[in-house]
Design a protein around this ligand. Structure first.
Ligand code: DPM
Length: 356
């Protein structure tokens, strides 16, 4: 088929370097597999990219990094959008689904040290050293394990953050997701990986999710083979956990999951903002192929024609049940308090900020 007669599939992406790397990676996979189609990249800017002076939790908009891209999807301007799965809300706008979840990179958080402290670890940094992160989840866990450190917000895309670390004297270290750092080719800057006994990771961290229109069966069919079964099952469980807790980015919630010998394991936790109170619990379930389980429309917005419905339903059940266990132990109260405190802080921050 000549290039001109090939149908074109449009891939939407944010303009940040990381988003472009991720989208181009998916575009390449699609191009390799489907020689009879053209794949074209369409880039756009989102609120999350534009509002750089406030903490993420302060902007109070759930789909910060995804909204503009979803509008483009809805209006048929693009056919699919590549996201970091952890930036995708647990319920998507009506009519949108996650058509594929790619194999997860290392989901752990990583420490990037300022050159001044390159021989230190978080544990050995001098008392009062400032560590940059805008994640309430990271902040709460760090405060709990390293009370000698000061946690401070830092915003901007990964390039901006690294520049701030290296060129301004404020931060001794940054906490970033290993996956993003690796994709940017900065792996040599990682001085320490945080294991889950120190920092459990965010829901969906390290995985890419591809969003498309629910009724666009042709695109769904194109995407289905790219899903990685283990990653997808882990992430459905994690997302069901977050959705049931009504987490979002305004409260510290974290997970750890794995899939081994057909057993899906999920550990989840909630923290107070200061990290002093926390409840963590775990649960597992043996997955089985049970015939005749009717399909749900989606499982935490995820669809997969390649996996038996019973597996998807059990993965979702695992997340819901684990959340129930944590709520029964008082986790809901911790989360509600954290959300209220975050709102309060945001109000104060909004009032003291000089108007422009
Ligand atoms: C979300 C959070 C952060 C991003 C909150 C969290 C981190 C914000 C910060 C939901 N999205 O993790 O608790 O540290 O100030 C984001 C990154 C990636 C996707 C960067 C990072 C790359 C890794 C991936 C921002 N979204 O976490 O270092 O694809 O999982």
């Amino acid at each position: 088929m000549s290039e001109i007669t090939k149908p074109t599939i449009r891939v939407g992406s944010r303009k940040s370097q990381l988003a472009l790397i991720q989208s181009k990676h998916v575009l390449e996979l699609l191009t390799q597999r489907y020689e009879d189609k053209n794949f074209h990249l369409e880039t756009m800017t989102t609120i999350g990219d534009e509002v750089l002076d406030r903490a993420l939790s302060q902007i109070g908009e759930k789909s910060l990094f995804t909204r503009e891209l979803e509008v483009a999807l809805e209006h048929n301007k693009v056919d699919l959008v590549v996201h970091s799965l952890k930036d995708m809300p647990t319920s998507l706008p009506i009519g949108m689904v996650i058509g594929a979840i790619l194999e997860r990179e290392d989901p752990r958080d990583a420490v990037i040290m300022s050159p001044k402290f390159f021989e230190c670890t978080l544990a050995t940094l001098p008392t009062g050293s400032v560590v940059g992160t805008s994640s309430l989840r990271r902040a709460a866990q760090l405060k709990r394990h390293f009370p000698h450190l000061v946690i401070q917000d830092i915003r901007g895309n990964l390039n901006t953050r690294l520049r701030k670390l290296d060129e301004e004297g404020t931060y001794a270290a940054l906490i970033l997701a290993t996956a993003g750092v690796k994709r940017m080719n900065w792996e040599s800057r990682i001085s320490e990986h945080l294991n889950t006994d120190v920092s459990m990771y965010a829901i969906g961290q390290g995985a890419l999710g591809i969003e498309c229109r629910q009724d666009d069966m042709a695109t769904r069919q194109l995407l289905a083979p790219f899903s990685h079964a283990e990653t997808l099952l882990c992430c459905v469980a994690e997302r069901a956990f977050l959705r049931t807790l009504e987490g979002g980015c305004s409260a510290p919630v974290a997970v750890e999951s794995r899939f081994l010998d057909d057993v899906l394991y999920l550990k989840g936790g909630v923290w107070s903002l200061d990290g002093k109170r926390s409840i963590t619990q775990s649960l597992d379930v043996k997955l089985a192929d049970i015939d005749d389980v009717p399909p749900a429309q989606s499982y935490t917005a995820v669809v997969s024609s390649h996996l038996n419905n019973s597996r998807l339903a059990l993965a979702e059940w695992l997340g819901v049940s684990l959340a129930g266990k944590i709520v029964a132990l008082g986790g809901g109260i911790i989360l509600d308090e954290a959300k209220k405190e975050t709102e309060q802080r945001n109000l104060v921050a909004a009032n003291v900020r000089p108007s422009k």
